[in-house]
Ligand binder design. Sequence first.
Ligand code: ADP
Ligand code: MG
Length: 641
Amino acid sequence: MESKHKPGPEAASARETHGFQAEVRELLKLMIHSLYSHREIFLRELISNASDACDRLRFAAIADGALLAESSELGIRVDADPAAGTLTITDNGIGMTREEAIANLGTIARSGTAEFFRSLSGDEQKASQLIGQFGVGFYSAFIVAERVEVRTRKAGAPPEAGVRWESGADGEFTVETLTQPQRGTAVTLHLKADAREFADPMRVRGLIRRYSDHIGFAVRMRKEGEASLEYEVVNQAKALWTLPRTQISDEEYRQFYQYLAHDFTDPLAWSHNKVEGKREYTSLLYLPARAPFDLWQREAARGLKLYVRRVFIMDDAEQFLPLYLRFVKGVVDSSDLPLNVSRELLQQDPEVEAIRSGLTRRVLDLLARLAKDEAEKYATFWKEFGAVLKEGLAQDPANHAGLLPLLRFASTHASDNNPSVSLGDYLARMKSGQERIYYVLAESYEAARGSPAIERLKERGIEVLLLAERIDEWVMGQLETYEGKRFKDASRGDLELGGLASDADRKQHDAELRESKGLLKRIKDALGERLTEVRVSERLRESPACLVLGEHDLPERMRRVLAAAGQKTPQARPVLEVNVGHPLVRYLEGVADATQFAELAQLLYEQAVLAEGASLDNAPEYVQRLNRLLVRLAVPPGAAP
Ligand code: ADP
Ligand code: MG
């Protein structure tokens, strides 16, 4: 942040002008120019900040009761002045020092914001959608205000240490120190001409009831009627999760989610529970309908809002859920943790560990219920968060039983690249005699679907799960069985057809083996040490050849990923499987000329590499080889070239 006027020694109270951080400027621009719907969410954001400020003071006062000296009843006041066209949100919470006001109301601390804004570049439609996911916060005031004025004083600071902050969203803001009789913060919006509706007390009351009914503090407004100076509470001011489920409507649950998650959209589902007995805690957990922009950022904030006996303790308490459930939003309110619990303490507390495993089960149950009763919503969930949930297979072996039925796959038996098949669906379609759950991994859905390794399986109507996400390679390595059936990578080792292969099949295979021994040896000799073996394939139908890895070999595409990351691993030596019924292979058998044979064998191998979706070490050579062959076909022998 640049500061135009450096504060001189005498200038503690002088007015300073600062430029907003570049990201803030970007955000303000978007807010002003592309957020037309949901304009009213600014009020929810400002009341949310006021409520946070009260929460934080109440928490600080546990250690230092004197902070509450001026007034011990924490609350929020909203004044709408239609004549002046202003709306003011006042709290008597923690307040800000001058430095805090500059930092908090001039920058965005959240990591990854710069990248986020870059990703929005230009697309206003997309921007207005994504900005909701971003959680717009304080700056949303500028959706409706042409000028915003903040007066604040930090709890515990003397009245002279008040601060006035002001901005017209033109890229700059000013701060000055002044006397501020009350503790806490007042945010005044000077409304734009087209946003005067937000100076109408009736309209504002309605919005508070709708968006801020169930925050933990009273929101007061002037009583209706001419020039009344008395205030009355306009919201329920009871934290939603503390109420019995029967007293809460779905609409209230949804509103509370939007408040909690700063999200425009409704949640997909929620789970509200009170645990009593030896251990007591309440939780309210939500599944969002959309992935946040920073789902894949390592340092992104995640976790639940933690309360202890209804006192807010911290945001983003990540110890209460495993990493693979990081998309869950919600609140946990414990009766047993100490009020002075810190993040460090949370990490070791056995109580926290117990709550965490309880909440993990709740989320998995909620997902199972959604999958069973509301398949469409579950499909949305899977699309947004399926890849995250899969991480659980590696992170949480203890919950495999709960996780496996939640997985969804693309498959040879589903119509398109739509991960809709569950393992239960797969089992129900297994052929008699089938002992394995077949899957294939590739770079893309298309490459998986077209993989030569599964041609025979497809021909016989045996279902194959098609996996193409980066994480799948690793995920599938964690899986052993489902309902007693082993998982089997169709492109490795033996196909393990078991009871699927008939006596006739076996006989035919044996015959092919006997008849092609000589051919296989010639191919192996031509291709040399890069292969462990050349053998007759049970997998192929249309393709002449394919590569097969051993059960524990590293696939070539993984080796390349590792190599790119600087990790050197030796190339695996695959098996080349040959479709002896294929005309090209038949033709090869009849080629007597050694050079020509070697060239064709080499082509066969290179095609097998390409069919896997891998790339060739020497593509130009391959092209030349192929062209030589084509020329031989196209130009009759003896004709001039
Ligand atoms: P967030 O609430 O997610 O942190 P905001 O943009 O809403 O982001 O607010 C930015 C910061 O400004 C807050 O984290 C807080 O430090 C400060 N702030 C905003 N409003 C208030 C307030 N009413 N009282 C005290 N601090 C506030
Ligand atoms: Mg906020």
